[in-house]
Design a binder for this molecule. Structure first.
Ligand code: PRP
Length: 184
């Protein structure tokens, strides 16, 4: 599918600008898909999508994989202190897959402070997967309060509030095909 990013931007006056265009995203997702396919060529990894934000990325990423793999989903709520997450996470929906002995790749839309992914790595680590790694489309490296290893990162972005391609503001804008910045 192709989109007219500029036309969509004009139709959303709450948005200030496009940070990452849809064609750049698709090019990078294809590269990540190739890397993951190469690295997991001898395995059947389980891609664990953290809802809600990662559903668009997962759908595109999984179609760029050339190896057998499985997908599963976790839904969590993060308790936010102000605009930032606190790392206190409630599991709303757990995995159906038994990940013991499996190669697990967590798929996130964004790693910001790192608190959510750090919590998830600790939690899923207790289930004794064979390997456990993180793939995120967006990485706000400068916002980190918790150091986490990102094995596959799509784009490093500045500390701005971004929406689109799965990311929301008040549950809106998840469907936009680009990553955009809200007006301040
Ligand atoms: C976002 C994102 C990560 C988390 C990252 O989820 O999907 O799970 O925040 O933030 P952190 O690195 O500072 O912990 P959000 O709480 O916005 O929920 P959503 O995915 O359902 O929109």
């Amino acid at each position: 599918m192709t989109w007219d990013d500029d036309d969509l931007l004009r139709k959303h006056p709450q948005l200030e600008r496009i940070l990452i265009r849809s064609d750049e995203i698709h090019k990078r997702v294809r590269q990540l898909g190739n890397e993951i396919s190469r690295d997991y060529a001898d395995n059947v990894p389980v891609l664990v999508s953290i809802l809600k934000g990662s559903y668009v990325f997962l759908a595109d990423l999984t179609r760029c994989l050339t190896i057998p793999h499985e997908v599963d989903f976790m839904a969590i709520s993060s308790y936010h202190g102000g605009t930032q997450s606190t790392g206190v996470v409630k599991i709303e929906k757990d995995l159906k897959t038994n990940i013991t002995g499996r190669d697990v790749l967590i798929v996130e839309d964004i790693v910001d402070t790192g608190l959510t992914i750090s919590y998830l790595l600790d939690l899923l680590g207790t289930r004794s997967p064979r390997s456990l790694r993180v793939c995120t489309l967006l990485d706000k490296t400068h916002a980190r309060t918790k150091d986490v290893a990102v094995a596959y990162g799509g784009f490093e972005i500045p500390s701005e509030f971004v929406i689109g391609y799965g990311l929301d503001y008040d549950e809106k804008f998840r469907n936009l095909p680009f990553i955009g910045v809200m007006r301040g």
